[in-house]
Structures are given as C-alpha cells and as structure tokens.
Design a binder for this molecule. Structure first.
Ligand SMILES: Nc1ncnc2c1ncn2[C@@H]1O[C@H](COP(=O)(O)OP(=O)(O)O)[C@@H](O)[C@H]1O
Ligand SMILES: [Mg+2]
Length: 275
C-alpha cells in the first residue's frame, strides 16, 4: 500500500451513454507524487474513464472525491480550475504559434499600462524556455520558434511543462507516447517522471508495456469497462502485465514463440498463406 495522499478518488463509478454501459463500478485512487498507469485494449473505456476524472463526463452512478471531499464538476473548465490538466497526443499545441505563445495561450504576460498594454514577448519566451528546460528538455532554446517545427515529443513536453507551471495537481495523459519513436517517447517518459517528482498525480494511458513499466507506480487494467487488475510496481512481471493487457490471452508466450521463429528465420515473421 502507499501512504501518499489521494488527490482524486473514484468510488464505484458507473458511466452509461443511454443504453450503453461503458464503465462498471470503477474504484480507483490517484495519488500525489505517483504515476497511475491505465492499461487496456481499444474500447476498454480508458478515455471515458479519464474524461470522467476531468469533468467532461458525469458519472451515472457512484462518486468522485477530491482531497477526500465528494465533488461534482460542472464541466471540464471547473476541473481544470481545480488543477486537473489533460494533455492529449501532440499536446494540443498550435503549430503556427511560437513556443512562448503556446506556453501561455491566453495567459500571456503583458507590459505597459492601460491602452498601451502589450504582450511581453521577451518575458513569455524567457519563462517558456526556462520551464521547458527545467523539465529536462534542453533542445528548446528559442521561444520564438514555431511549434510546428518541434517533434511530437517536444510538443508533448511543452504542454506538460505548461500544465505544471500553471499549477496542475493532476496530469492526465492519454496515450502520449503512442505516435512517438523510441527517442521521443523517452523524452516524454522523462518529463512524466519529473512531474511526479514535483508531487503531481499523473494518470498515464498507454498500450506499451515497457513505457508503463518505465514510469508506473500503480497499475490498473481495464477490460470491458471494469477494473480487471489493480496492482503496484513490482507485484507483477512484464509477462503477466502483457497478458492482462491483451485481455487474459497468453500473449507473452505468443510473443516468445514469435521471437524464436524470427531468430530461426533471419528475423522474418511467419508468412500467412494467401491461397
Ligand atoms: N459518447 C459516447 N456515446 C456512446 N458510446 C461511447 C461514447 N464514448 C465512448 N463510448 C463507447 O465506450 C466504449 C469505450 O470507449 P473508450 O473510452 O474510448 O475506450 P478506450 O479509450 O479504452 O479505447 C466504446 O465501445 C465506445 O464506443
Ligand atoms: Mg482512448
């Protein structure tokens, strides 16, 4: 068990869309200074679950607690105001805007007074670059640079650094590494660890077992909208987690068979017969 404080807690939460039951009796704690990895196949209900945490959906039954108090979010804005930040793939950044602009997005620092008040570009750029660098992304050095020229991992990192700077307490990441290569994914994983080190509660959705193992303290596997397994780091092996993610199929042994086959056939996978 962990002695870290739960920031958010779901108690027996169900979510249905009309006649479609998507989530069933989800009970889960999201603790500060920890990464909760949410695992599960496509359609398992992961996005619905985090949208419920982020105030986009209201539970059909059950309750949400924040800092131990029951809470009902009127919508995502209220959840954001309470420090729940969601970062989607590509970070929700604007490619045609600069790093500095993207970092502040409507909260830009200004200089001058009254009608002479203008966007303080230098200050915005300086803070943006400093904050991104503090999170360990040293390749971003110019706040005027357009975000469109950054890699996917850098954009994610920018969005995460922004959420941290503006006081997020819960950081929700929906498959942030899914579209990234190994090196870029490593950047994002590093920044996830940094957010955790700063005491944020992180909810991290991924399909990649290795990514989950690299950052996760706590794991929850969702199968058809219900929590099929809930365990802490070190309690299950990589093979067991792979099997759980595949819905209980013996994927680890299938993977091993495939590897053996490919070793014996100069790295080629088995060919399916087309006749
Ligand atoms: N707004 C909605 N209305 C009806 N069904 C939905 C809605 N959102 C999600 N679902 C259904 O809920 C199930 C889980 O979807 P989702 O949460 O996106 O899964 P995941 O993110 O794990 O792939 C799917 O069968 C999906 O069709
Ligand atoms: Mg999803």
């Amino acid at each position: 068990m962990s002695d870290k404080k739960p920031v958010l807690e779901l108690r027996k939460v169900d979510k249905s869309f009309g006649p479609i039951d998507v989530l069933h009796e989800i009970s889960l704690k999201v603790r500060e200074g920890e990464v909760l990895c949410l695992l599960g196949d496509n359609g398992a209900g992961k996005s619905t679950l985090i949208k419920t945490l982020a105030g986009v959906h209201k539970p059909t039954r059950g309750e949400i607690l924040m800092d131990g108090e029951p809470i009902t979010f009127s919508g995502p804005r209220e959840a954001q105001g309470r420090g729940i930040a969601t970062v989607h793939q590509f970070g929700g950044t604007y490619p045609l805007m600069s790093v500095g602009r993207n970092f502040f997005m409507g909260m830009e620092p200004t200089k001058g007074f009254g009608p002479f008040r203008v966007f303080d570009r230098e200050k915005a750029n300086r803070i943006a670059v400093e904050e991104v660098q503090k999170m360990g992304i040293t390749r971003i050095t110019d706040g005027d640079r357009l975000v469109g020229g950054l890699s996917g991992g850098e954009r994610q990192s920018l969005a995460i650094a922004r959420a941290v700077y503006f006081g997020a307490r819960v950081l929700i990441l929906d498959e942030p590494t899914a579209a990234l290569g190994v090196k870029q994914a490593t950047h994002v994983l590093r920044i996830v660890n940094e957010a955790k080190r700063r005491g944020l509660a992180v909810v991290f959705i991924t399909h990649q077992v290795m990514h989950a193992l690299a950052v996760g303290d706590h794991f929850a596997v969702l199968i058809r909208g219900a929590i099929a397994a809930d365990f802490r780091k070190g309690e299950k092996s990589r093979e067991e987690i792979t099997d759980l993610m595949a819905g209980g199929e013996d994927m680890a042994s299938l993977e091993a068979q495939l590897e053996t086959y490919m070793d014996d056939h100069e790295g080629h996978p088995p060919q399916l017969s087309t006749s």
